[in-house]
Design a protein around this ligand. Structure first.
Ligand code: UDX
Length: 466
């Protein structure tokens, strides 16, 4: 089938490449000529494992082309996927729909045949209905264009596999022929057993924001438990493991630490709050405000513990930061908890050296102050504290003994609870984490746990090992 993908950012570039990969003829459209030139040459404009390969394969095969022209898109196909961004508005919690509206306003008058416009972006419930009215008011006489919603659930770092083998496909439309058309688009996936949920547009829009709200709630729940663990000497990692054995709860998205960031979870829960208030059901989802607050608190708690570890002030202290992106396997630093912590400790006077395997360029643009290093050893040289802020595989594979040789003080704060703390400890490191008691062998006393009193991170007490 022929289709277009309008908006070739994160979501659109991956969707376009994957649709070509399952056999469709795809035209990707974007207003950014630089991005279009890179994509047309088979190059991914951002880091995403697996994407360069399918881009190259499908552009070479001629199934995937790119343009900046909406007119060319309208002439090319009757099926148009809209994948432009819906960022948080600068003046409120609500989603900024101006990019989606601009696409629809631009495309509708150019359509010469009956068409289907399928939104994939994350939007407030009710958007399909309002866009349908916009389209109807702008199409030429005799042309009919329907709008359907087919939210995307891909995760950065796993975008290609999530698009080709999604957990489910959700399509919301009031038009039976639109449903049929989308079933044909996704036919290879349906044949492979992927579940298809056909529903109304409002439900489809809500599935996406509800899913992200649920995931954010899971993360903030375990981070709230981490705070209770800090106050009581319990261990949040063991707690999460034990909770996760309950099949009704599950272990995924129960990793306590620095909390969630990125281009989706934070802005989606805020936009959901804003939309719920418009619908006069703000009270029903007001817990999301607390989810956001708990998440924010992890950043502050990490800074507080780090400050405590370097003696109460960052001024003149040398700190190594491992990880700048909002999560591993991505170069994305949007709303990155790692970068927020880095910014704060730099603002408090620390001499910060940051390493990240893929995110240095984006991090330097977002936060120009710190020194960025392409080598972990260089970032850690003479450091008085190592902050592990994004759990890249490379950091888990580090040899703590080798690293201990280059730092001034072997002291690490594992804000992602991902390092092998027994190995680090054995190599002479003082290892700290949020929500975990500290294993401190005391000469002559056997092993003991030093339990941190959370808010101030100032007081410590020693408790016998249980
Ligand atoms: C998310 C959703 O997972 C995806 O379905 C949606 O389409 C877009 O938003 P993404 O933003 O790529 O995807 O990241 P995700 O893997 O969900 O992680 C989000 C954040 O939560 C990251 O900052 C991650 O570090 C954090 N996280 C995740 C935790 O702090 N703890 C966990 O247990 C899991």
């Amino acid at each position: 089938m022929r289709l277009t993908v309008i908006g070739t950012g994160y979501l659109g570039a991956v969707h376009a490449a994957c649709m070509a990969d399952i056999g469709h003829e795809v035209l990707g459209v974007d207003t950014d000529a630089g991005k279009i030139a890179a994509l047309a040459a088979g190059r991914a404009p951002f880091f995403e494992p697996g994407l360069p390969e399918i881009l190259a394969r499908n552009t070479e095969a001629g199934r995937l082309r790119f343009t900046t022209s909406l007119k060319e898109a309208a002439d090319f196909a009757d099926l148009h996927f809209v994948c432009v961004g819906t960022p948080q508005r600068p003046d409120s919690l609500a989603a900024d729909l101006s990019h989606v509206e601009a696409v629809v306003d631009g495309l509708a008058p150019l359509l010469t045949r009956d068409s289907l416009i399928v939104g994939k972006s994350t939007v407030p419930v009710g958007t399909t209905r309002s866009l349908s009215r916009r389209v109807a008011a702008r199409v030429r006489p005799g042309v009919e264009a329907q709008v359907a919603w087919n939210p995307e659930f891909l995760r950065e770092g796993f975008a290609v596999q999530d698009t080709l083998r999604p957990d489910r496909l959700v399509v919301g439309t009031a038009a039976p022929h639109a449903d049929q058309l989308l079933r044909s688009v996704y036919e290879p996936m349906l044949r492979a057993g992927v579940t298809y949920v056909g529903t109304d547009p409002a439900t489809a829009e809500l599935v996406k924001v509800a899913a992200n709200s649920f995931l954010a709630t899971k993360i903030s729940f375990i981070n709230a438990m981490a705070e209770v663990c800090d106050a009581s000497g319990a261990d949040v990692v063991t707690l999460a493991d034990a909770l996760g054995h309950d099949a009704r709860i599950g272990r995924r998205f129960l990793s306590a630490g620095l909390g969630f960031g990125g281009g989706c979870l934070p802005k989606d829960i805020r936009a959901f709050l804003a939309r719920a208030e418009e619908l006069d059901v703000g009270e029903a989802v007001s817990f999301l405000r607390q989810i956001d607050r708990i998440n924010d608190r992890q950043r502050r708690r990490t800074v507080d513990l780090a400050r405590h570890l370097v003696g109460g002030t960052f001024a003149g202290r040398q700190v190594a930061v491992l990880g700048a992106t909002f999560k591993p396997d991505s170069d994305d630093v949007r709303d990155s908890p790692a970068l927020a912590v880095t910014a704060q400790i730099a603002a408090e006077g620390a001499d910060v050296r940051v390493h990240d395997p893929e995110g240095i360029d984006n991090a330097r643009t977002a936060l120009p102050g710190p020194v960025y290093c392409t080598d972990v050893m260089a970032a850690c040289r003479d450091a008085e504290l190592v902050l592990h802020l994004t759990e890249w595989r490379q950091y888990r594979a580090l040899d703590p003994a080798e690293l201990a040789e280059v730092v001034r003080t072997p002291r690490v704060l594992d804000a992602r609870n991902a390092l092998d703390r027994t190995a680090w400890h054995a190599a002479g490191w003082h290892v700290r984490a949020l929500g975990r008691p500290v294993h401190v062998p005391q000469p002559g006393q056997g092993d003991a746990f030093r339990v941190t009193v959370p808010q101030a991170f100032g007081a410590t007490c020693t408790a016998p090992k249980p």
